[in-house]
Ligand binder design. Structure first.
Ligand code: PMP
Length: 288
């Protein structure tokens, strides 16, 4: 495997960071997870915009232009012969002193890993996932904007540990108010009486790229969609629930905390949106 790091393609073993990089010392950096379908970068412009907004949100001056980063992603895809896969793009604060001050760091590192992707088995898109509601809460928007996709994932990691301990596929995290924020690596949607709802960023959710696409698909399909506060009770009582994310695409949640949601299998609107999402991918990435 070849990894793209600061403008060069190097062997995996040579793709290393210094222990003085504040991404290592403090989790100080930003990243993106991006899909490649048919050799093309899905929603490339949206990912670039979010990356630059995340960097701006932590006052990290981007060392490269969007064009240079996109070229780097293309090089990483080509070098690893990836047709359908996943890109991890990370920008670190760079090496500095042992103190916290990020402005004493220089030379942010940009690295790009293009790899195969591990997917949920296809039957899970029919049966749906079992999730738990985690005790670990999502960091409040007042602490760090949930729209910043930073290298600080510890509270999501702790929630994921709860899921693993419970034998569940994912954990849904609540915000400080106790309403739904998001899953550890995906956004959450519910469907009630034909209407779709998802928590807004103020509830502690990332502005997921998949979420944005799915909201647009709802509008195109004439399915009512609102961003609003979603309570745990509303999730338990929903007709359908699904997660959206770069890796998962659109996947049903059919059990939460042991309670069956809706009919206990992927619902009609979830399936319609998954189908529309896959058609959207084909249109964006497969036709030319
Ligand atoms: N929330 C969190 C915390 C995430 O890590 C992700 C995955 N990047 C998402 C939501 C979904 O976002 P996207 O659709 O851009 O993958």
């Amino acid at each position: 495997m070849k990894v793209w790091i600061n403008g060069k393609l190097v062997d995996k073993e040579q793709a290393v960071l210094t222990v003085f990089d504040h991404a290592v010392l403090y989790g100080d950096g930003v990243f993106e997870g991006i899909r490649v379908y048919n050799g093309k970068i899905f929603q490339c412009a949206a990912h670039m915009d979010r990356l630059f907004a995340s960097a701006d949100g932590i006052r990290l001056p981007m060392p490269l232009t969007k064009r240079e980063i996109v070229d780097g992603m293309q090089e990483a895809i080509a070098a690893n012969d990836i047709s359908d896969g996943y890109i991890r793009l990370v920008v670190t604060r760079g090496p500095g002193t042992l103190g916290l001050n990020p402005f004493e760091c220089s030379d942010p590192t940009v690295f790009i890993i293009a790899d195969q992707i591990a997917l949920y088995p296809s039957d899970m898109y029919e049966t749906g996932l079992e999730v738990i509601i985690a005790k670990t809460r999502r960091i409040s928007p007042e602490m760090i904007s949930p729209t910043v996709k930073s290298c600080n994932y510890l509270n999501n990691t702790l929630a994921r540990i709860e899921a693993v301990d419970a034998g569940a596929a994912e954990a849904i995290m609540l915000n400080a108010e106790g309403t739904i924020a998001e899953a550890t690596g995906d956004n959450v949607f519910i469907v009630s009486e034909g209407a779709v709802a998802t928590p807004p960023p103020e509830s502690g959710s990332l502005k997921g790229i998949t979420r944005q696409v799915v909201m647009g698909l709802c509008r195109n399909l004439g399915i009512p969609i609102t961003e609003r506060v979603v309570t745990v009770e509303q999730l338990y009582a929903a007709d359908e629930c699904f997660l959206t994310g770069t890796a998962a695409e659109v996947i049903a949640v059919t059990k939460a905390d042991g309670r069956v949601i809706g009919a206990g299998k992927a619902g009609a609107i979830t399936k319609k949106l998954l189908e529309a999402f896959r058609q959207f991918i084909r249109t964006e990435c497969e036709e030319n």
